[in-house]
Write a protein that binds this ligand. Structure first.
Ligand code: DAT
Ligand code: MG
Length: 139
């Protein structure tokens, strides 16, 4: 995958609260092109694998419960400097620390339910995109 792509999920709280449209609108208005998009639900095995890097952390069980409790929106986004610029757009992991105007500041309730995921490296963007999308679903 090219290095100008990143992967995102609008997490279950965003879908439950009806924020899909507003968040996708903000992503588009911020210069990201949506090159893959779907509503899907992670199984427990999916969430455990996706977040395996956090398996020893005390919040791992809650994270897996949360991420599997309802549908998510998965998407691949294209823009120059996509990974870094998208992390800036979503804001800090804890919405209490997130900058004004960021997606987490606007839409996240807590560090545990923080509205959106954004890949943290080009390598992980490619791995996470392939985890959720077949090649023919990415444009
Ligand atoms: P990010 O999603 O900003 O990359 P991360 O990779 O450190 O953050 O953690 C993944 C997710 O795990 C995060 O979005 C929410 C949850 N999480 C992280 N730290 C947490 C904590 N201290 N308490 C509860 N949930 C936490
Ligand atoms: Mg992370």
């Amino acid at each position: 995958m090219a290095t100008n792509r990143t992967f995102t999920m609008l997490k279950p709280d965003s879908v439950e609260k009806g924020h899909i449209g507003a968040i996708l609108d903000k992503i588009s208005a911020s210069g990201f092109k949506i090159v893959a998009l779907k509503l899907t639900q992670m199984t427990t095995a999916d969430a455990k694998e996706f977040y395996a890097v956090h398996s020893e952390r005390p919040f791992y069980g809650e994270l897996v419960e949360y991420m599997t409790r309802g549908p998510i929106v998965a998407a691949v986004l294209e823009k120059d400097n996509a990974v870094e610029d998208f992390r800036t757009l979503i804001g800090a992991t804890n919405p209490a620390d997130a900058a004004e105007g960021t997606i987490r500041k606007l839409y996240a309730a807590s560090i545990g339910e923080n509205a959106v995921h954004g890949s943290d490296s080009d390598e992980n963007a490619a791995i996470e995109s392939a985890f959720h999308f077949a090649g023919r679903e990415m444009f």
